[in-house]
Write a new protein. Structure first.
Ligand code: ZN
Ligand code: ZN
Ligand code: FE
Length: 744
């Protein structure tokens, strides 16, 4: 991987062992010639793995004899630009401890330097224009290094040896503080000025690694309220940057694994259970049991949080638009939101949002895979070379295949947004050119009207269409290295099914090339289509209508009477009532029946809040009825909802009912898996789909499946939600193409 200080490491090792020769990048990685005492050469080979720098990952190491030559000493050969760039682009890495120590040392020439970095840290993917990763191919190109920085860059023993973004206050990018009209303002110390404004309750747009943030003091109710209102963010929680782990643990419960996630070089936002009240403004995340917390990851952040220990750091956009990337975009799109702009003249070349993770039952669940993770490739164990997978419609990301590696892009977002669609086009072009991949096959969803499907069709390549939930299961198989047949479980909100209906509670027997649909929820009626997603009370009526007929009108007491009547009429006439088997819709309906959430202001809100409302220790399940139809198992979701209503009306606490509802869904899953095992003898279960972002459901499912002797596989490298779809599409397309691939 480039940009992680691997060649300097080899150089120092060779010097230490008294070896002559060279180290150079070539088109498949790094090549080392070493000559000297045989024992020392062997030691070099051993220590390459053992002592490699923290960010370096050695995928393959081969050694062969070479004829000796006259070379004296050891040198780092300049990048071999002749070969096709075939080494990985490194992700963006949080400022390291060594750089922070220098930044805080008044005697250091980089004291308070807002762009300090070294070979172990700093921006990478977001400043790279093309590979090989050398300064002229990055947005550092316009900044001419000063003699001091140049010396460091050329000194093999220096921490900044070949650090491409090396710079100092003399030669690096410059910060600037602008007022709401885009006019420079302040005392000439932009960081201190911005920090003062933040402390005074102002909203500042801050240029980060992959785009702008909107920042304000998270302890100020007024500032947070104003930010919410002007950003059109109704109820979704806002991310907060805490000065330190200590500051974070004052407001949230943090276990060892969560602490490790917070402090990891990827520096994601980590979902952490709230602790008490009173420090952060309620307006930050009023309806959530969790804070989304992260630690500072750029020098600018570190300098700002010295003054303001808790900063709301939400993506710099309005509503669901992509995050602002260029200075011009920020000034244009965030005017009317930001009071001030803290920006600089180093360009961000690739937009990349903050990543979001949580820790569930012994492992991390990535909910948004972006800055820090992208574009780290995932080894899929089969040839995917030349496949461009275009991903789903919402939570889109794409993937480009090279060799047996899948390069999964940063989070691109919701393609109903035109800007996001442009981002998709640009990302496809950039990833392909960076990796020198000429796409030969486009993989996409089966849904005919997804923007990503249309993009795939526009490329003039053969197109492989992949069923959405098969892609879910295949991606889980790929990242867990599974080749044969498995029991695949995909629980999510929506996905186009082969019968033209919406699927989303799939129990498959699948391999990478194909699948058989073994079970799912009985289809539920969705009065008004998307309106039932936005107003989950309607979903409850639709799901229970077949059971209760027009009596269903009174089942959601907090639903407006006229609205309920209109919905029932719609159901009776059967007009504009599509069918869905989405597990997410069952969660929506339960959430509405319990009055936990009756209007979704963002995707997944009713289910997220139902998880928050549930007592994790509640025991008991509701009756589950499985009906066999044409060899497929149907699970009756309406019966579960009816039990929820009954208990609600009997006065059972909402927390208990919500907990039992989760138990019931996990139990339903186990029953279907047992049925699948009886039919096939398979024991491996792959869990995928947005529902498995739900910590309670995931933990309960894993525990129960393990109890009855299944081997459970879950996502670790990509999200269980639609952020995994591109990877899955790629793997399915590749397996269908290969003759040797097993078929179901
Ligand atoms: Zn550093
Ligand atoms: Zn300099
Ligand atoms: Fe999905």
């Amino acid at each position: 991987m480039q940009g992680v200080g691997f060649r300097p490491f080899v150089y120092r090792l060779a010097l230490e062992l008294g070896l002559a020769g060279s180290v150079r990048n070539f088109n498949r990685g790094v090549r080392i010639f070493a000559q000297g005492q045989a024992g020392n050469v062997e030691q070099l080979i051993r220590r390459l793995r053992q002592d490699a720098p923290p960010l370096a990952r050695i995928r393959e190491l081969t050694a062969a004899d070479a004829p000796p030559n006259e070379e004296q000493g050891f040198r780092i050969a300049i990048t071999d630009a002749a070969g096709a760039p075939d080494v990985d682009a490194a992700p963006d890495i949080a400022t390291c401890e060594a750089c922070l120590a220098e930044m805080r040392d008044p005697a250091n020439r980089r004291y308070r330097h807002p762009f300090i970095n070294c070979t172990d840290c700093g921006p990478r993917y977001t400043i790279i224009r093309s590979l090989p990763y050398d300064r002229p191919n990055t947005s550092m190109r316009p900044f001419q290094v000063c003699p001091d920085c140049e010396r460091e860059y050329n000194t093999p023993t220096d921490r900044r040896f070949h650090a491409q973004p090396v710079c100092c206050p003399e030669c690096g990018p410059q910060l600037e503080l602008l007022d709401a009209n885009g006019v420079p303002t302040g005392t000439g110390d932009p960081i201190s000025d911005a920090a003062e404004h933040l402390a005074g309750g102002k909203i500042v747009a801050v240029k980060g690694v992959g785009g702008f943030h909107l920042a304000c003091d998270a302890t100020s109710p007024g500032a947070v309220r104003r930010l919410r209102r002007s950003k059109y963010r109704e109820e979704k929680a806002l991310a907060v940057m805490a000065r330190s782990v200590e500051a974070a643990s004052r407001i949230a419960h943090i276990n060892r694994a969560e602490r490790a996630l917070l402090e990891s070089p990827e520096r994601p936002i980590v979902l952490l259970r709230k602790k008490g009240k009173g420090i952060l403004a309620d307006e930050v995340d009023p309806r959530s049991k969790f804070h989304g917390l992260m630690l500072p990851y750029t020098p600018i952040h570190h300098l700002l949080v010295e003054r303001v220990p808790y900063l709301v750091m939400t993506s710099g956009n309005k509503a669901e638009e992509p995050i602002a990337r260029t200075n011009a975009e920020a000034l244009d799109k965030l005017s009317g939101v930001a009071d001030l702009f803290l920006m600089h003249n180093r360009e961000i070349l690739t937009r990349s949002d903050d990543s979001v993770v949580r820790h569930v039952a012994g492992d991390a669940v990535i909910m948004r895979r972006s800055r820090g993770y992208a574009p780290q490739p995932i080894s899929v164990g089969e040839n995917v070379d030349g496949i461009l997978a275009c991903g789903p419609m919402l939570k889109n990301c794409i993937a480009v295949g090279r060799g047996e590696l899948a390069y999964v892009s940063q989070h691109i977002g919701d393609l109903t947004n035109l800007e996001a669609y442009r981002s998709l086009e640009q990302t496809a072009e950039k990833l392909c050119s960076m990796l020198a991949v000429e796409p030969s096959l486009a993989a996409c969803d089966m849904h005919p009207s997804y923007a990503s499907t249309r993009f795939a069709e526009s490329l003039g390549l053969p197109v492989a269409r992949v069923q959405h939930h098969h892609a879910h299961v295949a991606s889980c198989m790929a990242e867990n290295g599974l080749e044969g047949r498995v029991i695949g479980v995909a629980f999510d909100g929506t996905g186009y099914g082969e019968d033209g209906n919406t699927w989303g509670s799939e129990i498959f027997v699948a391999d990478r090339a194909g699948y058989e649909r073994l079970g799912h929820l009985s289809y539920m009626k969705m009065p008004g289509g998307d309106a039932a997603v936005k107003y989950p009370g309607r979903m409850a009526l639709g799901a229970l209508f077949p059971l209760m007929g027009s009596d269903v009108a009174v089942i959601v007491p907090w639903l407006d009477k006229t609205e309920a009547k209109a919905v029932v009429e719609m159901l009776e006439r059967g007009v504009n009532v599509p069918l869905t088997a989405g597990m997410g819709r069952l969660f929506d309906a339960a959430s509405a029946l319990l009055n936990v959430c009756s209007r979704a202001t963002y995707q997944g809100q009713p289910a997220i809040e139902l998880e928050g409302a549930a007592d994790p220790d509640a025991s008991g399940t509701y009756p589950i009825s499985l009906i066999e139809k044409h060899g497929q198992i149907e699970a009756d979701g309406a019966a579960v909802l009816a039990a929820v209503c009954e208990q609600r009306d009997a006065g059972v606490p909402v927390a208990t009912i919500a907990g039992r509802f989760h138990n019931t869904v996990a139990e339903l899953l186990v029953k279907c898996a047992v049925e699948a095992r009886e039919r096939t003898g398979l024991r491996d279960v792959c869990l995928s789909g947005g529902c498995f972002q739900n910590a309670l459901l995931l933990a309960k499912s894993v525990a129960r499946l393990t109890e009855v002797d299944f081997v459970v596989h879950r996502h670790r490298l990509v999200p269980p939600n639609d952020g995994c779809i591109a990877l899955g599409q790629m793997v399915v397309a590749a397996s269908r193409n290969s003759d040797s691939g097993p078929q179901v």
